[in-house]
Unconditional design. Structure first.
Length: 399
């Protein structure tokens, strides 16, 4: 795993027995200095207690620590969920010498099972003792569940001649949809950013990245993306998002989010191919986004992509034709990796079968859906194929 160090942040991970074997399953990140905090959260109406806690702290815009566990979502267990969180936060706040309201908490894993607090409380002293400047990699390990591997991204860049460090940790493989997915993402930087500006920058970076991917259209009650900025680099980002320093920061944040979003799809519980749908020529970008998502969700198309079957093209065009919104279909043209698939009412699969078959072997490919009109920019969503491994895994997740 690449080196992950952001000045002013200490981190550690330990095994508490929430996951099998000796896998890390509890992680802690602490800032030496107070942080601005921003967050984007699941739109699932049955949001977990940890989401409610983090949402309240992010609204205030200040925090200093994050405690995260995997193996248990602490969701849909009634009032016990918040009781468990309060016990954890109260316990570790004393060990860290900070107020409980400075500590955010996140959980991911099986839903509907009470959090085994009796396993977590005893490991908190060890977790605090292990805090170190290179510990973010262990937190990345402690937060994954069905992921094949950790998802991390890091960049060191300059703003006004000074160095800024930005690290992003992500978990997610299944239950992925643009209301955030069963995913957690935590980003840490050493720039100083006013909380309101930090929130705006996070929202801008989320939309074309994590909110534009789909594996199965399902969302979790625990999804969240948190962004921490501790200011120890001495770099101060100007307020607002329309200035050079903010634009530079947003560009890096988007880039790292895109890397980890792509990793989620590549890790999509049995996925072997990632597909990007690019819609062009629709005046209404919201309609274009809905069409992109609609295409990502087609089970027939996804199965055909898994089988590397050129006849996916017919299923794709049928899917486009069944979209409920009004589309200028007379001017529609569709391309797959630059290969013409459709125009003026005709499929070109038989003419281009060999080229299509070869392109379908790639791990990543693009479908361009062009309506020929004027649009401000292309709208892109990414999805993946659907294999037997996805069915096998999700039919026996808890058994």
């Amino acid at each position: 795993m690449q080196e992950l160090q952001v000045p002013g942040f200490l981190a550690a991970g330990v095994h508490a027995g929430l996951k099998s074997g000796q896998k890390l399953d509890v992680g802690l990140v602490v800032s030496k200095a107070p942080c601005s905090v921003a967050g984007v959260f699941t739109k699932n109406r049955l949001a977990s207690a940890c989401v409610e806690l983090c949402r309240a702290i992010a609204k205030k815009g200040q925090g200093r620590a994050l405690l995260v566990n995997s193996g248990n979502a602490n969701a849909l267990v009634g009032g016990q969920a918040m009781v468990s969180i309060e016990m954890l936060v109260q316990n570790i706040s004393g060990k860290l010498g900070m107020a409980p309201e400075e500590i955010l908490q996140a959980s991911t894993g099986i839903i509907g099972v009470p959090l085994p607090i009796e396993r977590m409380l005893p490991v908190l002293p060890e977790l605090v003792r292990k805090l170190n400047s290179g510990g973010l990699k262990d937190v990345a390990s402690a937060m994954i569940t069905t992921d094949k591997s950790e998802k991390v991204a890091f960049e060191e860049f300059e703003i006004e001649g000074k160095r800024v460090h930005l690290a992003v940790l992500t978990k997610g493989a299944g239950m992925i949809a643009p209301n955030l997915a069963t995913m957690l993402t935590f980003a840490f930087c050493d720039a100083a950013v006013e909380p309101g500006t930090l929130q705006k920058m996070l929202e801008v970076a989320i939309e074309p990245t994590f909110n534009s991917i789909r594996v199965d259209g399902e969302t979790s009650p625990n999804d969240m993306v948190l962004l921490f900025a501790n200011g120890v680099s001495g770099v101060k980002i100007k307020e607002g998002i329309q200035n050079a320093s903010s634009e530079r920061f947003i560009a890096s944040l988007k880039g790292l989010f895109e890397q980890n979003a792509r990793k989620i799809l590549e890790d999509g519980e049995g996925a072997r191919h990632v597909v990007a749908y690019r819609v062009r020529g629709l005046e209404d970008s919201r309609q274009a986004k809905k069409l992109c998502q609609f295409l990502c969700d087609s089970l027939l198309v996804r199965c055909a992509l898994a089988g590397e079957d050129p006849n996916f093209a017919g299923r794709l065009l049928t899917r486009i034709g069944s979209f409920e919104g009004s589309l200028p279909s007379d001017s529609l043209r569709v391309f797959f990796e630059g290969i013409p698939l459709y125009a003026k009412g005709e499929l070109f699969v038989q003419k281009n079968r060999e080229k299509i078959s070869e392109a379908l072997k790639k791990p990543f490919y693009e479908v361009h859906v062009d309506f020929g009109g004027i649009s401000h920019e292309d709208v892109v969503c990414m999805g993946c194929d659907l294999t037997l491994d996805y069915v096998r895994f999700n039919s026996a997740y808890a058994t």
